[in-house]
Design a protein around this ligand. Structure first.
Ligand SMILES: [Mg+2]
Length: 106
């Protein structure tokens, strides 16, 4: 998937969520999506622990590598939805950060 396709999906999902939760706009959307990002990060961390066999046996029995990918994707999509709520230009933000990281090695 290209970044442009992902961002198109995020904008469409943002519209759908705004229609579904009309009272969660502006700062409420930013807060809700920040909390949601924390929730998704927790779910991803849970899968990382399972991936590394650091969970209790009962959790390891149901571990599926697809769950790690799914939770990773949830984190990325939720972060992009939060950026959309904050009018952050994702492509510009990523360009600037990649450039800054690359500059560390110059
Ligand atoms: Mg999730």
């Amino acid at each position: 998937m290209e970044l442009s396709e992902l961002l198109e999906f995020v904008r469409a999902e943002d519209e759908r969520l705004r229609e579904r939760h009309p009272s969660a706009d502006g700062d409420r959307a930013v807060l809700a999506r920040t909390v949601k990002l924390s929730e998704e990060l927790g779910e991803f961390c849970n899968e990382v622990l399972s991936h590394s066999s650091l969970q209790r046996e009962s959790k390891l029995e149901s571990f599926d590598k697809r769950d790690v990918r799914g939770e990773f994707a949830d984190v990325v999509i939720t972060a992009l939805l939060l950026a959309e709520s904050m009018d952050i230009d994702t492509e510009t933000a990523l360009d600037e950060k990649v450039e800054a990281i690359e500059a560390r090695y110059d």
